[in-house]
Design a protein around this ligand. Structure first.
Ligand SMILES: [Cu+2]
Length: 255
């Protein structure tokens, strides 16, 4: 009598777990789809942006799953195990569940390890040194940016050649700033007084106009610390470069 009661109870709790589990999976898929629709991603204008967005999407999927895991189980319990009319008794007494405790300790650990691995491989790919990098020196100051090209010309906008890897050497004139072009997805702080210059690497992959903005609060006009960034074709780049060069050294630009 007692045995059949116990096995009936455990088979019904298995059924509840399967119900809630299926609902968690459905909720994860729906939520992930919705979040993916509403994410306000700027265009992917560098090869690095594709890799970073992929990592972001893995995180969104994990967020959708964890949210569903907590909320679906809670709502399921609230609805299915609600107090029925005329039921004035106490709830069943139960104490501990070793299997469950082992599960909820190891499962998050596995997720942490997987995401640490994904994070490390992503940052390695994104910061990888490329062959034939173009180098531009960038100075951040209160409140603006200036760009110095190899032949010494200093410009007010950052012009880059499409599909050519670039290394920016960043320095700050005064306080902390942070170089950020959302369409490239990469961001790097500028630290004043540091011996080693900060570097940032990316490969522009989409011609167009973008904006570099400061992502580190740096004083009164932080909000307006923006400059134009242009990614152009090889021909347009050479033309622009020669024009800029002609301004400081006409003799050099002629060739
Ligand atoms: Cu700033």
């Amino acid at each position: 009598m007692h045995d059949s009661h116990t096995s009936k109870k455990s088979s019904s709790s298995t059924r509840h777990f399967i119900n809630a589990g299926v609902l968690v999976i459905i909720s994860t898929i729906v939520l992930n789809w919705l979040l993916d629709r509403v994410l306000p991603f700027p265009p992917q204008a560098s090869t690095q942006s594709v890799i970073i967005d992929q990592l972001f999407r893995y995180h969104v999927l994990l967020i959708a799953f964890l949210f569903s895991l907590v909320v679906v189980f809670m709502l399921y319990a609230l609805v299915v195990f609600r107090r029925r009319e005329g039921d004035d008794g106490d709830g069943d007494h139960f104490e501990g569940n070793t299997t469950l405790e082992i599960f909820w300790t190891t499962a998050p650990m596995v997720f942490v390890i997987i995401f640490a691995y994904l994070g490390i491989t992503t940052i390695n790919k994104v910061t990888q040194v490329q062959e034939n990098e173009a180098v531009v020196q960038v100075e951040g100051f209160q409140w603006g940016w200036s760009f110095t090209y190899p032949d010494g010309m200093v410009t007010d906008e950052l012009v880059l050649q499409n599909n050519v890897p670039v290394k920016l050497e960043l320095r700050s004139k005064d306080v902390l700033h942070s170089f950020w072009v959302p369409a490239f997805r990469v961001k790097q702080d500028l630290v004043p007084g540091e011996q080693n210059m900060k570097e940032i690497r990316f490969t522009p992959s989409l011609e167009g106009e973008y904006t570099v903005r400061c992502a580190e609060f740096c004083g009164l006009s932080h909000y307006s610390m923006r400059k134009n960034v242009r990614v152009v074709s090889e021909t347009a780049y050479k033309e622009w470069y020669n024009q800029e060069l002609a301004k400081i050294n006409p003799a050099l630009a002629k060739k």
